[in-house]
Write a protein that binds this ligand. Structure first.
Ligand code: C5P
Length: 221
């Protein structure tokens, strides 16, 4: 059977990774979390005290940084220069800084190149902000997941609780809205539904319902 490329985009905490992982598992495809790649370089920049507005220093760092996504029994793990940074990239400081790093043209060009390499064989479910618009514009399946800020904050609060991260609903609503604003308003490859993507508002859908709808789209190909 054909090894499809499935692009899942949408705003922060819309359930992209949860859904993408399940769809990938069902199909025996590779799941690629492109947000984790931007988080990884952001973590490295923070640890090295690099000014997040300094595009030249950031691209120098990225060119010297290997970022690997590996699926293991404990789920997907993120490695920077062979060090496991899976938990570190989810910390608040990274979450609240990543959109500043992801604005830079040179950073995006390098990331898109790496992501296109990863998707080139097909058999991938890739999630992010610009997958359907820039990374795989000819993907066989394009989904744009949406949900209200309120609902996304509630989901993230539960996620965080499970991970032992303390946060409040108001704080999360503010952070999610702020990140969406920067991601949507940036000049290079802003968060945007591709013209040919199918929009799914997940506010009142369960994870299984969202997965079923995506599986139905795939079945139609
Ligand atoms: O998906 P996640 O919330 O982990 O993404 C973290 C951040 O990385 C986003 O808020 C965005 O700034 C950036 N990102 C991006 N393009 C992608 C994926 C993520 O700009 N394809």
């Amino acid at each position: 059977t054909k090894q499809l490329r499935i692009a899942i985009d949408g705003p922060a905490a819309a359930g992209k990774s949860t859904v993408a992982k399940i769809v990938a598992a069902k199909l025996g495809y590779v799941y690629i979390d492109t947000g984790a790649m931007y988080r990884a370089i952001t973590l490295s920049a923070l640890r090295q005290d690099i000014n997040l507005n300094d595009e030249k220093e950031l691209i120098k760092l990225l060119k010297n940084t290997s970022i690997d996504l590996k699926t293991s029994d404990q789920g997907q793990r993120v490695f920077v220069n062979n060090h496991d940074v899976t938990d570190a990239v989810r910390e608040n400081e990274v979450t609240n800084s990543v959109s500043y790093v992801a604005k830079h043209k040179l950073i995006r060009e390098e990331m898109v190149e790496r992501q296109q390499q990863l998707a080139s064989m097909g058999g991938v479910v890739m999630d992010g902000r610009d997958i359907g618009t820039h990374v795989i514009p000819d993907a066989e399946v394009k989904v744009f997941l949406l949900a209200s800020v309120e609902e996304r904050a509630v989901r993230r609060l539960e996620d965080n609780k499970a991970r032992g991260i303390s946060s409040t609903l108001e704080e999360l609503k503010r952070e999610i809205a702020a990140r969406d604003k920067i991601d949507s308003e940036r000049e290079v490859a802003p968060l945007k539904k591709a013209d040919d993507a199918i929009e799914l508002d997940t506010t009142s859908l369960s994870i299984n319902e969202v997965v079923d709808r995506i599986m139905a789209m795939i079945g139609d190909i």
